[in-house]
Design a protein around this ligand. Sequence first.
Ligand code: IPD
Ligand code: CA
Ligand code: CA
Length: 274
Amino acid sequence: MSPEQYLDVALDIAQSAGRMILEARESNALEKSLKNGQELVTTTDVAVDTMISQRLEEAFPGEKRLSEELSPDRDALEQEGALWVVDPIDGTVNFAHGLRHVAVSIAYARDGVIQLGVVHAPFLEETFTAIRGKGAYLNGNALAASSARELDASLIATGFPYRRDSRIPLMRRLTAVLSHCRDVRRNGSAALDLCDVACGRMDAYYESVSPWDFAAGRLIAHEAGARTGHLYRCPEGIPEELYGENLLVSSPHIYDDLRELLRRADAGELNDDR
Ligand code: IPD
Ligand code: CA
Ligand code: CA
């Protein structure tokens, strides 16, 4: 099968998932619970992940999957061969609160290199796609990432982990960005934050997230011309394209300056009284 045929299948599955998400909201029958103590999850997250997993197995029998609700075992990242990386609902807190910033994210990697990605936002009626080396698209129209040159005029997307004690050290970064950039957005879906960078709506995105949050969106942003990387050197073993700690994705022209700003914030080197 060609990459285009793979993408068609992934797209079709993401759109089915999107319909399930719309129906779940209309039926108003959300059952919420907490996993790992503080992470919100709904019955729809699990139902959508189950459907996606079944459809991928039918279409690509035996290919490995890493998905947030059903198969989150990260050992899969270190293995060779095919890997589907799935977030059935990225933006669960938004979904549970009746907000619209919600997406299905499906990526396909081979030997640790992302080959294609789909991010489908059913409430926004936006579907982002990319195939490695072939550009990025929103509802079929080609995308170009931001070409912002000045941090001062840049709008920066980020997010925060569910664990509240892990949020505290991130305040330094936030203070730095609010002091040196136009403003910050916390829209609640890493996948869509990356797609917003791909569209040029946002000039940069930084966060530490899981592979299913960013695998598809990272390729989409990269294919749209954004620079993708990490604030710090990645460890051996996990492929860099699937390593989610300290991600930085931005207009190529502000990347170095923003990386420096965030690293200095982490090191406590900034005095933010400018
Ligand atoms: C979350 C979203 C959010 C990010 C969190 C993720 P979920 O994913 O992507 O924007 O800040 O770190 O966990 O839980 O809604 O799939
Ligand atoms: Ca997610
Ligand atoms: Ca999720």
